[in-house]
Write a protein that binds this ligand. Structure first.
Ligand SMILES: Cc1cc2nc3c(=O)[nH]c(=O)nc-3n(C[C@H](O)[C@H](O)[C@H](O)COP(=O)(O)O)c2cc1C
Length: 157
């Protein structure tokens, strides 16, 4: 028993300011991207990162099928992309992904991690995918897009 509801849990989690990523993968069904802020660095040696996917996300089956995914850290001018890959389809964004080492990635992202799934962990209504990083890139000049309390933000310039 708890003395709070899932709205209170969600709001409290929303107090934690994060960056914003687009998870990407490909399968027989083609390239797929999904906006996610549940991203965490896990280990440097070996290099591991993790993401957390809602059990209803289509991305879940796509990653299971491919065994690989990329995490694209969005730059501050990529809010429209974040909405597009969060289910608000934008026709102007179709075909925006480019290919790198066999995975679709977001061109111009602040950072990109290419991974192979190392571990899948069922956790309540979400599934964690721990990925072993097989390649990465970074744009040191790029400021990150931020997310806090349900809204996108930028760092003060
Ligand atoms: C800022 C933001 C962060 C999100 N973070 C996550 C997340 O970490 N995990 C998740 O499962 N969904 C997250 N979502 C929701 C998914 O992006 C959304 O449900 C998406 O449409 C699922 O795509 P799919 O079912 O086509 O794979 C987030 C949405 C937004 C706008």
């Amino acid at each position: 028993m708890t003395d709070f509801d899932s709205r209170a849990m969600r709001d409290a989690c929303g107090s934690f300011a994060t960056g914003v990523t687009v998870i990407t993968t490909n399968s027989d069904e083609g390239d797929h991207g999904m906006t996610a802020n549940a991203f965490m660095s896990v280990s440097l040696d070996p290099p591991l990162i993790s993401i957390s996917l809602d059990r209803n996300a289509r991305m879940l089956g796509r990653i299971r099928a491919s065994g690989r995914y990329a995490v694209n850290v969005l730059a501050e001018d990529m809010e429209a992309l974040a909405w597009h890959f969060a289910g608000r389809h934008n026709p102007e964004m179709v075909g925006v992904l480019e290919q790198r080492d066999g995975l679709p990635v977001v061109p111009g992202a602040a950072a990109v991690f290419l991974t192979e799934v190392a571990q899948e962990v069922e956790a309540g209504d979400h599934t964690l995918f721990i990925g072993r990083v097989t390649g990465l890139s970074r744009r040191p000049d790029a400021a990150p897009l931020l997310f806090c309390s349900g809204k996108f933000h930028r760092l003060p310039s």
